[in-house]
Design a binder for this molecule. Structure first.
Ligand SMILES: [Zn+2]
Ligand SMILES: [Zn+2]
Length: 236
């Protein structure tokens, strides 16, 4: 459990090994959390952006978002992660021009070498970030945030990249740098976007499926443009 993440099926398997019924899972998680809170930890449930399945992640509840990374990695490795996150959420998150929220393998290497790290060390560190479940490497050689990375770093990312809402302006009118899913409210780094360039409505793939289940002609809930699943957020 190096990644501190279990799928629903894995969690149910653990439960069965403990002689409990599958249906007991919510009660079991609740009981576990009552004990874990004393250790400043908690099991959180979320949906995996890639497959839409439910996953359970063990997270710290008090320490700052970087503490887990910081206990495992040296300062130069943390600096590398920050550079990668800036590339994902700024350079590669430019609305309709570019919304991959990812970094190509080649670009990641170049950025890392720019921080002064040696080539071999760079590759090792990137592999560790993947191994520990912070980053996911796609088949087309892009790095994106994994489910664990998203869950643990979301508060840091929103604080870092999104301007605080100004009381004088209509919060609805300003596009945030990192956009949240209309259905579930979590960050979307893999999913679908409204075709209207001035509309910042985003959906996870599984949330779009749920939202448009009964729609003959899916339309954006905000601007009413025709919705197409082919307008993607995420790497190609
Ligand atoms: Zn969603
Ligand atoms: Zn729209």
């Amino acid at each position: 459990m190096a990644r501190r993440l279990l799928s629903r099926a894995q969690a149910e398997e653990v439960l069965e090994q403990l002689g409990q019924e599958k249906g007991e899972l919510p009660a079991f998680v609740g009981a576990a959390n009552a004990k874990l809170h004393a250790l400043d930890m908690e099991i959180r449930q979320c949906r995996d952006q890639l497959c839409g399945g439910t996953v359970f992640v063990l997270v710290n509840t008090v320490s700052d978002e970087w503490s887990q990374l910081a206990t495992l990695h040296k300062a130069e490795e943390i600096a590398l992660m920050k550079v990668l996150l800036e590339e994902m959420f700024e350079a590669n998150n430019q609305g309709h021009a570019k919304e991959s929220m990812a970094v190509s393998g080649v670009r990641a290497l170049n950025l890392a070498l720019g921080t002064g790290m040696k080539m071999q060390k760079v590759q090792e560190t990137l592999d560790e970030f993947v191994e520990e479940g912070w980053l996911r490497r796609t088949d087309s050689d892009y790095y994106t945030l994994s489910t664990r990375g998203l869950m643990e770093l979301q508060p840091y990312l929103l604080q870092t990249f999104n301007e605080p809402a100004d009381d004088n302006e209509e919060a609805d009118e300003i596009a945030p740098q990192i956009k949240l899913c209309f259905v579930c409210g979590d960050m979307v780094t893999l999913g679908q976007r409204c075709r209207n360039p001035s509309c910042f409505l985003r959906l996870h793939n599984h949330c779009a499926t749920q939202l448009f289940a009964a729609s003959q002609r899916p339309a954006c809930p905000k601007c009413t443009s025709t919705w197409s699943a082919s307008n993607k957020v995420g790497p190609e």
